[in-house]
Write a protein that binds this ligand. Structure first.
Ligand code: FES
Length: 322
């Protein structure tokens, strides 16, 4: 169980700008649903001033990815593109009062999406589209250029840190040797440029707030199908339950389960348990579920996964695992 700041929880349960900007003129897509995390960032940029007037995100991934995406949009709205490009993944983490080290890759994903969106707006080709860089981690489709960039920006010095910040090497581990080579190269390049990587790391640690432990009593609300007195809300809940019942057999066939936890406006909270919990492919299930629920309701919803504790799974209770 990770420790999360109150701000991470706020942005997870009440994400800002979780939307597709309808009149967007820039878009950045990073990650892959098959890898478990994907982020699509849409921007409305004023062509005269290059100020970001609106930003929205659609994320498939853990709660930290959702919170980081939400934070990113809050940070960049109102900035010029040039100023937005100066935002670092550390600033996204700091905005959230810190992220657990194992979740720093979520802040990196936000920064990567921003760079992709700005490149898209300017008609540029991203330098790390795997045509220039060498693919290092096949499980997460991460190349050497991205690893080097993140190593240098965050003062990373170990494979473990690279895994935490990029996810590269976080599954089958067969790429660890290659990651080590890239890490060595990046450190040699920073030394050649006269950059003290250890000092960068210390600076980041200094500004990063320590996430507060989750209150023992903190638990998300339970499904309210039987509690609501609003017939319209009850109808929506029943439709959502119906869709979940349709996909559940396939999930159970893979040794997992999925339950509705709560619905708030366009946000649908579910818990995934068994083999589905933490599985990289759970993103596919959630993407599929999101489409089906949106179709059933005739409105766009976002499905957010929560992870139940093993003891309470049968009671449909859940603990925060963002
Ligand atoms: S190839 Fe990198 S974790 Fe599998």
């Amino acid at each position: 169980m990770w420790d999360y700041s109150e701000k991470v929880k706020q942005h997870f349960f009440n994400p800002k700008n979780a939307k597709l900007v309808s009149d967007a003129n820039a878009r950045g897509d990073v990650g892959s649903i098959s890898c478990g995390d994907a982020l699509s960032l849409s921007l409305k940029v004023n062509p005269d001033t290059e100020i970001i007037e609106d930003a929205g995100f659609q994320t498939f991934g853990c709660g930290s990815a959702i919170a980081s995406s939400s934070a990113l949009t809050e940070i960049i709205i109102g900035k010029t593109l040039d100023d937005a490009l100066k935002v670092t993944n550390q600033e996204i983490a700091d905005f959230l009062d810190g992220l657990p080290p194992e979740k720093m890759h979520c802040s990196v994903m936000g920064m990567e999406a921003l760079h992709a969106a700005v490149a898209n707006y300017r008609g540029e080709v991203m330098e790390d589209d795997h045509e220039e860089g060498e693919l290092i981690c096949k499980c997460f489709a991460i190349d050497d250029l991205m690893i080097k960039r993140v190593v240098k920006a965050n003062g990373l010095q170990s494979i473990e840190e690279v895994v935490n910040y990029t996810k590269a090497g976080g599954a089958c581990t067969s790429c660890h040797e290659k990651i080590e080579w890239v890490l060595d190269e990046a450190l040699a390049e920073t030394a050649e440029a006269g950059i003290d990587v250890a000092a960068v790391a210390r600076a980041n640690q200094k500004v990063a707030a320590v996430p507060q432990p989750i209150a023992a009593t903190a638990k998300p609300k339970m499904a309210v199908v039987s509690e609501t007195s609003d017939p319209e809300h009850a109808k929506r809940l029943a439709l959502i339950e119906q869709v979940i019942d349709e996909v559940r057999p396939a999930v159970q066939a893979d040794g997992g389960d999925i339950q509705l936890v709560d619905v708030e406006d366009h946000l649908v909270f579910v818990s995934m348990s068994g083999n589905c919990s933490g599985c990289g492919l759970s993103g596919l299930t959630l993407a599929n579920l999101e489409i089906k629920i949106s179709d059933a309701l005739g409105e766009t919803v976002t499905v957010f996964p929560l992870q139940p504790s093993s003891e309470d799974a049968e009671k449909k209770e859940a603990t925060y695992d963002l």
